[in-house]
Design a protein around this ligand. Structure first.
Ligand code: NDP
Length: 301
């Protein structure tokens, strides 16, 4: 069997176009232009690239994009003051603080200070609670993207066995909640799980969010299963000369070639889950803007 490749890049482009159309409608009909503020502290090069991409894509989706670049030695109080200012700004509907923050800043205190209704990353405990009890809230972007791709690929997920490898607050746990909400039978695996390969082989849907390159092997996969690879891992280039120069490539948490021989559908890395994460950030910003205007967030086709 050779698995069908789930094209996250194309799906994300379609979703972004729908979000843009919905944002344009919100502005035309209700005078509200969705606004996203991204806050970055320090000079971490990878974070700078992520933030620049987010800004460009937010603007391309017809939304207001504000980027606040703060120096490495910004104090926690200064950062909290900015969050308070953004919480109070009616033109800003989404606030994202780029992680990681410098060590002298308590990330939990900063994320907890964001107005939950503007928490487009969905990391606030209020949004984690809303997700757990089935109330409308803002859902973390990466698992939200995975859930949308799964529903697009499989339709009704109810009754399927889902195994999520990883229990982080930003991916594994919300992913499991979303699958449970779709009436899957969900198992969450982690570093203490016994006989993970055997457990993984029970999965109709296998989500890998581990952070270990090519950790999930082909013989862990149930024939025909749908595999969602969340991992983003930098490993040395396959070309020894380039590897010696420090060149890297990106691989997922799943050994793609092996897995694609057994699975029914699989997301590649790159080009799978990654592009969906930014598309869902834009969708969350639009959702927050709709709610601020008292409009039901219904995305058109
Ligand atoms: P974390 O490090 O927070 O969590 C990793 C999880 O994997 C933990 O629950 C850990 O278990 C589990 N784990 C580690 N080793 C094993 C093992 N040997 N067997 C079973 N489980 C194990 O990572 P994140 O959830 O933040 O991210 C996971 C991956 O997803 C990373 O590669 C990250 O780069 C990527 N990512 C991709 C995004 C995207 O946009 N595509 C966005 C966010 C993350 P335990 O809890 O027991 O330690």
């Amino acid at each position: 069997m050779t698995a069908e490749r789930i094209d996250g890049k194309a799906f994300a482009a379609r979703l972004t176009a729908r979000v843009k159309a919905a944002s344009d409608r919100l502005q035309a009909e209700h005078g509200v232009k969705p606004g996203l503020a991204v806050v970055i502290v320090g000079e971490d090069p990878a974070s700078q690239i992520y933030v620049r991409n987010k800004g460009e894509q937010t603007q391309a989706a017809g939304m207001r994009s504000d980027t606040h670049r703060l120096a490495d030695d910004t104090t926690q109080d200064q950062l909290l003051a900015l969050i308070a200012q953004l919480n109070a700004d009616p033109g800003i509907h989404g606030i994202l603080v780029q992680l990681p923050l410098p060590d002298h800043i308590d990330s939990a205190a900063v994320l907890g200070a964001i107005d939950p209704d503007k928490d487009v990353d969905g990391f606030h405990v209020v949004n984690a609670g809303r997700l757990a009890v089935g109330l409308p809230g803002l859902v973390p972007c990466t698992p939200l993207g995975c859930s949308l791709m799964l529903k697009d690929a499989l339709g009704d997920l109810s009754g399927l066995n889902a195994v999520v490898i990883g229990r982080s607050n930003i991916v594994g746990k919300p992913m499991a909640q979303l699958l449970l909400a779709e009436s899957c039978t969900v198992t969450i695996a982690h570093s203490r799980t016994r006989d993970l390969p055997a457990l993984a082989r029970t999965a109709d849907i296998l989500v890998a969010a581990v952070g270990r390159p090519e950790f999930v092997r082909g013989d862990w996969i149930k024939p025909g299963a749908t595999v969602i690879d969340v991992g983003i891992n930098r490993v040395p280039s396959l070309d020894p000369a380039k590897a010696a120069e420090g060149k890297t490539r990106v691989v997922g948490d799943v050994a793609y070639a092996e897995a694609a021989e057994v699975a029914g559908r699989i997301t590649p890395v790159p080009g799978g889950v990654g592009p969906m994460t930014i598309a869902c950030l834009l969708m969350n910003t639009w959702t927050a803007a709709c709610r601020s205007a008292g409009v039901e967030p219904v995305l058109g086709e």
